[in-house]
Design a protein around this ligand. Structure first.
Ligand code: SAM
Length: 356
């Protein structure tokens, strides 16, 4: 199948879009290694799908996008680091979007046809081609820290980025936001939601929204399961040079990259018992257990990566040397979530591309 990218004419609206999975060589010369340590296999694919359901409840949009994004004039959409394409598939199946999707193999007569693209550094998570074809989604491999091909520059009305906080260094984020800026049309929107890898069990110990950030020393050193959780979650981010305080930094990072933040909200993400008080809808939708299993699964992988580097420590600073000890840490954390409840913070931003 020919590449729609290669066939793109000067005006984005004349994009000869055909749903396809583009070979990596069409869009990028060489891909850097992903820094994401969770293997691209079925358990992660299933987890990402369910995590998307959970996130939708947490952000409270009841839709793939917040009300601040008007899709009526949006014709080109790109989901960056899309994972399983959960967001793009959800968008494509919304009734008002579905009727605007081009019929595969045919040029659409509608002016408001909507063209959906999704990319990731790892193609193993993509849904079956029969599914993306049916929904008119074009998938391709791309490392967000590298510029998109020239043919895609200034093409999209809406770019979506979600949950890259365990994938990019601080330097990687600067490059990623620049690349998102460049693929957007002037005035286009970036919808981004991220989280902080820091766990709390009690709201009085958590930082207010206008704080500088997290008190990491306290989070890592207090005795008990919460510090064990942070010795995995926050320590992994620190060890890799990732942000631990994205929810505090995101608006500034976006402004520095040339965006105007038009909508943003901090979101509390409870796990286990805390779902009952902080987000009862999670319990009503049968997601309380998943809220614990989701984090435990992540912690097993981040903990194993730290252990392999000799960088996994207990709250008292002693080095963890065996996978049995890691297992017991994760077990403590799971029990803590289930019995006491815990939470972390996320934030979404809708940012408009301004002239730099
Ligand atoms: C936690 S998953 C989130 C997936 C999806 N955005 C979601 O919210 O369900 C992180 C994704 O980022 C991808 N990723 C990691 N590093 C990347 C990079 N440098 N460029 C593009 N994608 C990357 C991973 O392959 C993985 O699919």
């Amino acid at each position: 199948m020919t590449s729609p990218i290669a066939h793109r004419s000067a005006a984005p609206s004349q994009f000869a879009v055909m749903s396809s999975t583009l070979p990596a060589s069409d869009v990028s010369e060489k891909h850097a290694e992903s820094l994401y340590v969770i293997p691209a296999a079925d358990p992660e694919k299933i987890r990402l799908g369910k995590q998307y359901e959970l996130k939708k409840i947490l952000v409270g949009w009841n839709a793939p996008i917040p009300q601040s994004v008007d899709l009526s004039k949006v014709t080109h959409v790109l989901d960056v680091a899309c994972g399983t394409c959960a967001w793009t598939v959800d968008l494509a199946t919304q009734p008002l979007i579905r009727e605007r999707l081009p019929v595969p193999g045919q040029r659409s007569a509608r002016d408001d046809s909507i063209h959906l693209f999704a990319c990731d550094i790892e193609t193993k998570f993509f849904p079956d081609k029969s599914i993306t074809d049916k929904l008119g989604i074009t998938t391709f491999q791309h490392d967000i820290t590298r510029p998109f091909p020239d043919t895609l520059q200034a093409t999209f009305d809406l770019v979506h980025v979600s949950f890259l906080f365990l994938c990019l260094t601080k330097d990687g984020w600067q490059k990623a936001l620049r690349n998102c800026y460049d693929v957007l049309k002037p005035g286009g929107f970036l919808l981004i939601d991220e989280a902080d890898p820091v766990v709390y069990s009690d709201m009085t110990s958590a930082p207010p929204e206008d704080a500088e950030g997290h008190d990491l020393e306290k989070c890592l050193q207090a005795p008990g399961w919460v510090s064990e959780a942070n010795r995995i979650y926050a320590a992994f981010a620190i060890e890799n040079g990732f942000f631990v305080d994205m929810t505090f930094q995101l608006s500034r990072l976006l402004r520095d990259a040339g965006f105007d933040v038009i909508d943003t909200k901090r979101v509390v993400a409870p796990a286990g018992r805390a779902c009952h008080t902080l987000k009862p809808e999670l319990v009503e939708n049968g997601l309380e257990d998943f809220s614990v299993e989701n984090l435990s699964f992540i912690f097993e992988h981040l903990g194993a990566a730290l252990l392999a580097k000799g960088k996994l420590c207990m709250p008292d600073g002693s080095v963890v040397t065996s996978s049995e000890e890691l297992k017991s840490m994760v077990q403590d954390v799971k029990q803590g979530f289930r019995e006491d409840g815990g939470f972390s913070f996320g934030r979404y931003c809708v940012a408009k591309k301004m002239h730099k």
